[in-house]
Ligand binder design. Structure first.
Ligand code: PMP
Length: 457
């Protein structure tokens, strides 16, 4: 046995060769920043249930869960049948179909509070359209938000996203964009009121479970406070339910926390991970600003326009209908949350027994991993995030621990997105949980043994 990095390079040689090939034809060799991985990412071949296999046939327990989208697991036969049956009929009629109608009906059956839905292609598009609806509805320009909350990769969300906040998260963001956004200190209700009372705010957007997919948890009191402030100042409240929607409960975080926004953004679980399905849905008062009226002047000047070649495409719609029919009674969501709770117990026992600092935490079926010698030794997943500073939570695992943890996890056959973000789904069993805990404990002991984290190796 060599070092973690030596063993990684040795075991995943075909991925290294593929990465060299990829780097000749794609910037950085990947097509999503979260897939950037030192020394190289693993190239996958196929998946089934809660597992996937790389191009050399190595098997992984998949906590990455298709960036949280695969609420029914990989290659669910019901979804495969729905999508392939539809593909036999046509790929893209470019006219409305009954599928659009049924999918939207199911959005309403699951969420209950939403009245109208408009399908888009991705979470980023959903957030972008939601911002437009809020601006069109109020005639105001500014979207207020919390620092650290992710709302897609479009220009608006690159403003004051992660520290240092004075620099946008990307090059190429026009300075003028900053004037259309107002970022508030994370989870600070006074900051929200200060932002809203300036009178120029169209909408307030947040991830209801907290920054970066629940990495910095919110509270019901905070959500209620924001709801009241938005009503008080006439600001459209937008919940970004891209991760939480249909996952926390049929009605997503809105149902789980019992606080209702005006409009919400959905993606990922809305079509069980079939690419190209997402939606903005909400109260008719706001959503009807997208519909054409018998008023040419209003249509031309005030309507919130939306198009998109592949919007409500039949493959995503077929997958979406099959998925939401299964999700609407809430059983899958409860099962996935139970599996996540068991994983938290297993991982946190392993961290405690090793005497290391960190925790696996998260709401319902989301899982967030943080480790580091600078962290408190609190192994309670609810208490831990309350005791740690927000910017430290957002940093997750620092280098060089991060790279070595990722490689050790992959060597042991456990894939956690970006090494720290995980989700469970319908496919997990208690046997999978036990195996995941055993594999991950071995990875933990390897990073301790090589001195990247203090503890008992
Ligand atoms: N909002 C949230 C809360 C997300 O987690 C994500 C994706 N991780 C997005 C928006 C963007 O979604 P997409 O990647 O589908 O564009």
């Amino acid at each position: 046995m060599g070092t973690i990095l030596e063993d990684y390079t040795k075991k995943f040689g075909a991925s290294q060769a593929m990465f060299e090939r990829a780097s000749k034809v794609a910037p950085g060799g990947v097509h999503h920043d979260v897939r950037i991985q030192n020394p190289f990412p693993i190239f996958m071949d196929h998946g089934l249930g809660c597992r996937k296999w790389d191009i050399q046939g190595n098997e992984f327990i998949d906590m990455g869960c298709g960036h949280g989208s695969l609420i029914l697991g990989h290659s669910n036969p019901v979804i495969i049948k729905a999508v392939t049956d539809e593909a036999q009929k046509f790929m893209h009629p470019a006219d409305p179909t009954e599928l659009d109608v049924r999918w939207a009906e199911l959005v309403h059956e699951c969420t209950k509070w939403t009245e109208l839905a408009r399908f888009v292609l991705s979470g980023t598009e959903a957030d972008h359209l939601a911002f437009r609806v809020a601006r069109a509805h109020t005639g105001k320009d500014v979207i207020a938000k919390f620092r650290g909350h992710f709302h897609g990769w479009h220009d608006y969300n690159m403003i004051e996203y992660l520290p240092p906040y004075e620099f946008p998260m990307s090059g190429g963001i026009p300075k003028a964009i900053a004037q259309t956004m107002r970022a508030c200190k994370t989870n600070d209700l006074d900051a929200v009121e200060a932002a809203l009372k300036q009178g120029d705010v169209a909408g307030f957007v947040l991830e209801p479970d907290g920054a970066l997919g629940g990495t910095v948890p919110t509270s019901v009191e905070l959500l209620k406070g924001i709801r009241e402030l938005c009503t008080k100042y006439g600001v459209v409240l937008i919940f970004d339910e891209v991760i939480t929607g249909f996952r926390f409960a049929p009605g997503g975080a809105t149902e789980w926390f019992g606080v209702t926004p005006d409009i919400a953004c959905y993606a990922k679980a809305i079509c069980g991970g079939v690419p190209g399905g997402a939606a903005v849905a909400g109260k008719a008062e706001f959503m009807s600003d997208i519909a054409v009226r018998a008023d040419a002047d209003w249509n031309r000047k005030k309507r919130a326009r939306h198009m998109g070649t592949f919007s409500a495409n039949v493959l995503a719609a077929a997958g979406g209908i099959a998925t939401l029919e299964i999700l609407k009674d809430g059983k899958v969501q409860d099962h996935a949350a139970k599996m996540a709770d068991l994983l938290k117990v297993g991982f946190n026992n392993a961290i405690r027994e090793a005497g290391a600092a960190g925790v696996l935490y998260g709401t319902r079926s989301t899982l967030r991993l943080i480790l580091g010698d600078d962290l408190p030794k609190i192994y309670d997943p609810v208490e831990f995030p309350k005791a740690v500073e927000i910017d430290r939570l957002l940093t997750n695992v620092k280098e060089p621990l991060g790279t070595n943890l990722y490689c050790a996890q992959m060597l042991e056959g456990i894939d956690i997105l970006g090494k720290t973000h995980g989700w469970t789904n319908a496919a997990w069993t208690e046997a999978d949980v036990n195996e995941a805990v055993a594999r991950w404990s071995r990875a933990l002991h390897r990073v301790i043994a090589e001195g990247y984290l203090s503890g008992k190796a």
